[in-house]
Design a protein around this ligand. Structure first.
Ligand code: NAI
Length: 343
């Protein structure tokens, strides 16, 4: 039996992981705490750890896991910016779930955008109080507007298809352009977009790509949608842009400092993060707590792929397609070219 310490467990994780675990003789040790240097010891006696987006898998944690005999870090997410893959190389193998439902995330991005531009969040609250006034609810048509999509991978491309269905003009920016999309420079995208939606990963290059100088180049009234990673946006610059009326609205499913806040019920607590409080207090900001992935279809795919990743590591001398490694310095190229395990 393979034993796996499952960090940051939420009620919605358990049914699908228990189901696939039971089929394949994998025993999950469900832990509510997040993985960090103080909680790494809870994985002792386990063969692998299973982590999510706000577990902190830095070099210290990797060292501790390595010495306690853990062989595999199984991310149950696509993004892996919270794992020091460089520190893991040669010690612990890292696998992820590259795609579980890109539709879930792209559809959530559009749900946030429509909610914002048609003021659905306000209308919902009003009619619950029998307030049927339309005052202040004027929106705008998406049809004919320009959307700038940054990152045209799996999610970005589905979001583009959805936007085209709405009759929007799509322009995009990506380091690796693909056929059938109208690519422009980042400057042009900032200058011409009525809506900007972020779908690229968080890397050293993309951190705070939406900062004060980027916002300065944008159209007045631009709507910014971020379902990717919080640190793509400098939240202080975003707040300044909202206060100065340059930014028309922000739809945020992610926030740079979300790790100790999101996924928990904080309604009875004083909110220490003043920046997040101010953003939420703005009438034109909508925040969801990293919920874009949360559909039944996605949860099922996440559990199935994670269990298959674990099995392929333990039962297969060959490679796991979903392994991440730092050997060649380019994770995407490495995944395509290698013929065996990373080390
Ligand atoms: P993907 O790997 O298919 O696509 C990412 C795209 O970004 C690629 O085309 C890549 O070339 C591009 N890119 C990389 N660096 C760039 C840069 N500096 N500038 C512009 N483009 C760049 O990834 P996928 O599946 O589309 O996911 C995108 C992001 O969505 C993930 O990195 C993750 O952070 C986020 N995500 C959020 C979820 C949520 O629940 N809110 C759930 C799943 C993913």
């Amino acid at each position: 039996m393979i034993k796996v310490a499952f960090y940051d467990t939420k009620a919605y994780d358990k049914p699908s992981f228990e189901h696939y675990g039971a089929i394949h003789d994998i025993q999950f040790r469900f832990l509510e705490t997040k993985l960090n240097k103080d909680t790494a010891t809870l994985a002792e006696g386990c063969d692998a750890v299973c982590v999510f987006v706000n577990d902190s898998v830095d070099a210290d944690v990797i060292e501790q896991l390595y010495h306690s005999g853990v062989k595999l870090i199984a991310l149950r997410s696509a993004g892996y910016n919270n794992v020091d893959v460089r520190a893991a190389f040669g010690k612990i193998h890292v696998v992820h779930v590259p795609a579980y439902s890109p539709y879930a995330v792209a559809e959530h991005a559009m749900a946030l955008l429509l909610t914002s531009v048609r003021r659905i969040h306000k209308a919902y609250n009003r009619t619950r109080e029998f307030n049927f006034s339309l005052s202040g609810l004027t929106g705008f048509d998406l049809h004919g507007k320009t959307v700038g999509v940054i990152g045209t991978g799996k999610i970005g491309r589905i979001f583009i298809d959805i936007c085209r269905g709405f009759g929007m003009k799509v322009i995009a920016y990506d380091l690796y352009p693909v056929e059938g999309i109208d690519y422009v420079s980042l400057e042009t995208l900032f200058a011409e977009s009525d809506v900007i939606s972020l779908h690229c990963p968080l890397t050293e290059d993309t951190k705070h790509m939406i900062n004060s100088s980027a916002i300065e180049k944008m159209k007045k009234g631009v709507v910014i949608v971020n379902t990717s990673r919080g640190a793509l946006i400098d939240a202080e610059a975003l707040l300044d842009g909202i206060k100065s009326r340059k930014i028309g609205a922000a739809c945020l499913d992610v926030y740079e400092e979300e790790a100790d806040i999101f996924f928990e019920d904080r309604s009875g607590h004083i909110m220490d993060d003043e920046l997040l409080s101010l953003l939420i207090s703005m009438p034109n900001v909508i925040v969801t707590s990293h919920q874009a992935f949360l559909t039944e279809d996605a949860l099922n795919n996440i559990a199935e792929t994670t269990v298959n990743n674990i099995l392929s590591y333990y039962n297969n001398d060959g490679m796991c397609d979903n392994e991440l490694c730092y050997r060649c310095g380019n994770i995407e190229r490495c995944k395509k070219e290698r013929k065996q395990r990373c080390f």
